[in-house]
Structures are given as structure tokens and as C-alpha cells.
Design a protein around this ligand. Structure first.
Ligand SMILES: Cc1ncc(COP(=O)(O)O)c(C=O)c1O
Length: 468
């Protein structure tokens, strides 16, 4: 294949190669379905490292320009007009969403922060302050206070079946920060790409790209991520409650994932962001327990307590602990404030955290039921999914409404909701295979605002039924 690519300048050659290839797709020099040279051949032609070409191919595959299949040549994808008109890398910075003034919020990913247990946190902080040795107020161990790491190891084993030890637990300022460190450690080890579910949270994918990794997609169906299609040496998954679709990784896929992870030495990060909230079935345990040497587990206090605490944790395979600590030291990252860590440890050890989980689960379950009842008469427009767990549900749009029309209606009614499209790795104008969707976070509003927020959602659905 003659690509007519200019020799690339030495700075950021991977990015430039991807740009040159994108331009070639857009101006038709590389037509849909045509084959690209192997990474080895193109690297030799251009005088680049093979890893540079592999990274560029990986990025373009993530953007949907390339179809990469094992054992076959890499081909140019059939690209829709929408993509050509608005290409842009997968990891475009995730802007604020929604982009309209919000009176009522049903934004997913957010708990009811008005229910933060102040009456429990305050005495815990008092106890901690009375007990904490002054030495613990010095410069801290970046991985987290040993008391919290011990409490978390016990809690995760007991509630989620995670197989770990305090030494393998890392405490960080939110999952996103920990993900950045995990990706940075992989990159440092020479890994160039990581797979994310398609759809998944765009800002998490951006974090991986900022750490130097190319992002490739793993499709998701009713049984969760298609783990047989993971095409990267590392993968971030949400097995218990796929974000944003809400499906659960099936037992067969869980087994297949752990088998593949071990056989192919794939580094898996299990993002268990709302694992405590399972309503209709027994909790599904962590996949991590099936392959603790390959799968890292991630949890957060953002849903049970409040995102503002910025408290999250990883339980890592033994061999990843040192490299992650090295990344923390190299980047100046540290664990969250020590008094907050110790207050959380106090809640975990006294049973107060479990009580908070049970209380919140009962409230959110009642809200989930209220949303289901409210949207039931609109089954010609939307079909709920991902309802068995978590703080949000996915309403698949089965009518001809577009996400643009939904956003316009939500704006008219001052309702904050999220839309599925922006979570996809590629933009698509094919409603058959990738139907539009609304993501409804029923946990977000305080109690007094829940009913009006739900009424606003119903007004949005009415607008979709009778477009203006
Ligand atoms: C998919 C997913 N992962 C992880 C998190 C937790 O992130 P953090 O700990 O940074 O609040 C969230 C929060 O919304 C999420 O939706």
C-alpha cells in the first residue's frame, strides 16, 4: 500500500502518524475496506519504531477508522458521514454535561449528597482526633494509612469476596486519579494500549490517553462486555453493573475473562463503582476473586458516602503494587487527607458504613421502583434496562426520537439527565445497531426534589411523544 505519507518529524510521531492516516481516510486516499500494511512493514517504511505504528493503529481502531482482526490484515472501516464530518479522537476531553441550566437533576453517577451521614461522620472524626498519634500527622505513606488499608481489606473480602491483603490495598483521591496511576504504571512497563467497554465513561478513557495509552473498545451486549473481543494487553471493565448500560457480566463471561486474563497475561481493572447497590438478586461477587494475580479491583466511597470526600481504593495484584507506588512517587500523588482516611476506617470497623449501605440501598431501591412505575406507560418510547442494581438506569429509546430531540426537551424542562451517545467510542448514525438512550440517575436529588425531577422526566417523554 502506498500511503503518500511524509516522513514524520521526531516529536510525538505516534500522534502525527494517526493524523496523517486520518487525513488519508477523509480525503479518500485510503478507501473503506482497503488493507493497511502490517505494523512491521509500515514502521520499516517510515523509519519508526514498530510500537509507534501499533499505538497509532490502536488509536484509530478505537476511533472506529480501522478494523483490527487477529490473523487478518488491518482494514479501513466503513465510516459513516457523521464520523467524517466530526472525527476527533476518542479521548476528546469530556466537557461538562448536561450543557443546559438544570432545575431538577436526574444525573447518573451521583448519590443523594443531602443524605451524607453527618451524624455518623462527626463523632468518627472526633474519635479519630482523640486517638491519632501525632506521628501520623507527618508526611504520609502515599499508598494510604495502614489502618484504613487493613479495614478495607477486611471489608472488601467480607462484602465483595475480594481476595487481598492490606499491603495490596491502595487508597487514592477518587477512582479517576487511581486509574490514571494504574494506566501510568502500565505505560511505564511498555504497554501501549488499554481496552474500555464501548460504551463507557469518556473522562475515564481520557485519563488513560493522558497516561500515554491508546484506547480500544470492547463491545457490550446483554451479557456484559464481549470479553472474547478484548484486543489489548490491559482492560478496564465494570462487570457488576456495566456503566452506563447497567447489564451484568454473565457467569460464563466472568469465567472466560479470568481464563483469558491468566492465559494472555492481560491486566484487568474491575471498576466496582456501585457494587454495594444490588436490588433484585444476591450480590455478584468481584471477578477479582477468580484471578487475583491478574485482576485489580477498584471501589469508591463516592456512592455510599459522597463524591466530595474523594476516597477510593484499589486492591491490586501483588506484582502491581510496587510499580503503582513508584508512579505515585514520580507524579507527587498521595493518599487523601489522613483524618478522612481514619474516619472512613472508623466507619468500616464500627459497622456504620454497612448500616449506611443498607439505608441507602433501601431508599434507592424505592426510587428505582418509582421511576419504573412512572415510565411504564411510555413503553412505546423507552425500555428500561440495567435496573437490577446501582444508582441509575438506562432507558433505551425505541421510538424515532434522537438524542438531540431528547436534549432539547430536557433543556426546555430544566432537567439534568445524561445521554448514551457521548459514552460511545464512535459516533454512530445507525439507530438500528446503536439506539439512542437516556441515563437516569435516580439517586441524585434530595428527597424533596425527587418527585418534581421525576415529573420533569415525564414531561420530557410527553414532548417526545408529541414533538413540538
Ligand atoms: C463507571 C464509574 N467508575 C468509577 C466511578 C467513581 O469515581 P470516583 O471515585 O472518582 O468518584 C464512577 C462515578 O461516577 C463511575 O460512574
Amino acid at each position: 500500500v502506498d500511503l503518500h505519507l511524509d516522513r514524520l518529524p521526531p516529536v510525538r510521531p505516534g500522534a502525527n502518524l494517526a493524523d496523517a492516516l486520518r487525513a488519508a481516510f477523509r480525503d479518500g486516499r485510503l478507501a473503506a475496506e482497503s488493507s493497511l500494511p502490517s505494523t512491521r512493514a509500515l514502521a520499516a517504511d517510515l523509519g519508526l519504531a514498530r510500537g509507534t505504528v501499533t499505538a497509532a493503529y490502536g488509536q484509530l481502531a478505537a476511533e472506529g477508522y480501522l478494523v483490527v482482526r487477529q490473523g487478518a490484515s488491518t482494514r479501513v472501516a466503513v465510516i459513516t458521514r457523521t464520523q467524517l464530518a466530526a472525527p476527533g479522537p476518542v479521548a476528546r476531553p469530556a466537557g461538562p454535561h448536561p450543557r443546559w441550566p438544570v432545575r431538577w437533576s436526574l444525573m447518573p453517577g451521583q448519590p443523594d449528597v443531602s443524605a451524607f451521614p453527618r451524624d455518623v461522620w462527626l463523632p468518627a472524626v472526633r474519635r479519630v482526633l482523640a486517638r491519632v498519634p501525632s506521628a501520623d500527622l507527618g508526611y504520609p505513606e502515599p499508598m494510604g494509612h495502614p489502618v484504613l488499608r487493613r479495614a478495607l481489606a477486611g471489608y472488601l473480602g467480607r462484602t465483595r469476596g475480594v481476595v487481598t491483603t492490606p499491603g495490596q490495598v491502595v487508597v487514592g483521591s477518587g477512582f479517576t486519579a487511581l486509574l490514571g496511576l494504574w494506566c501510568g504504571a502500565l505505560h511505564h512497563r511498555g504497554i501501549t494500549s488499554v481496552a474500555f467497554e464501548d460504551p463507557s465513561l469518556p473522562h475515564l478513557r481520557s485519563t488513560a490517553v493522558s497516561a500515554g495509552l491508546a484506547v480500544v473498545g470492547v463491545p457490550v451486549d446483554d451479557d456484559g462486555a464481549r470479553v472474547d473481543l478484548i484486543n489489548a494487553p490491559a482492560v478496564v471493565l465494570t462487570p457488576a453493573h456495566q456503566y452506563p448500560l447497567g447489564v451484568t457480566l454473565s457467569p460464563a463471561r466472568r469465567a472466560e475473562l479470568s481464563r483469558q486474563a491468566v492465559a494472555g497475561d492481560v491486566a484487568v481493572l474491575e471498576d466496582d463503582y456501585d457494587g454495594e447497590f444490588r436490588f433484585d438478586r444476591a450480590a455478584v461477587g468481584a471477578v477479582q476473586a477468580l484471578a487475583p494475580g491478574q485482576v485489580g479491583y477498584a471501589g469508591t466511597a463516592s456512592k455510599v458516602l459522597a463524591p466530595g470526600l474523594r476516597l477510593a481504593w484499589l486492591a491490586l495484584p501483588e506484582r502491581q503494587v510496587g510499580p503503582l507506588r513508584d508512579r505515585m512517587l514520580a507524579t507527587g500523588a498521595s493518599a487523601p487527607p489522613v483524618l478522612d482516611q481514619l474516619a472512613l476506617a472508623d466507619l468500616l470497623e464500627s459497622g456504620a458504613y454497612d448500616r449506611q449501605v443498607r439505608r441507602a440501598r433501601a431508599r434507592y431501591r424505592a426510587r428505582r421502583d418509582a421511576v419504573l412505575d412512572a415510565v411504564a406507560p411510555y413503553s412505546d418510547l423507552v425500555v428500561p434496562g440495567g435496573i437490577a442494581a446501582g444508582l441509575h438506569m438506562h432507558l433505551r429509546v425505541v421510538s424515532s426520537s434522537t438524542e438531540a430531540a431528547i436534549a432539547a426537551a430536557a433543556r426546555r424542562h430544566g432537567l439534568g439527565i445524561d445521554l448514551l451517545g457521548r459514552h460511545r467510542l464512535l459516533e454512530s448514525d445507525d439507530p438500528e445497531t446503536r439506539p439512542p438512550g437516556l441515563l437516569v440517575g435516580y439517586a441524585a436529588p434530595p428527597d424533596h426534589a425527587f418527585a418534581p425531577a421525576l415529573a420533569a422526566l415525564i414531561r420530557v417523554l410527553n414532548d417526545l411523544r408529541c414533538p413540538r
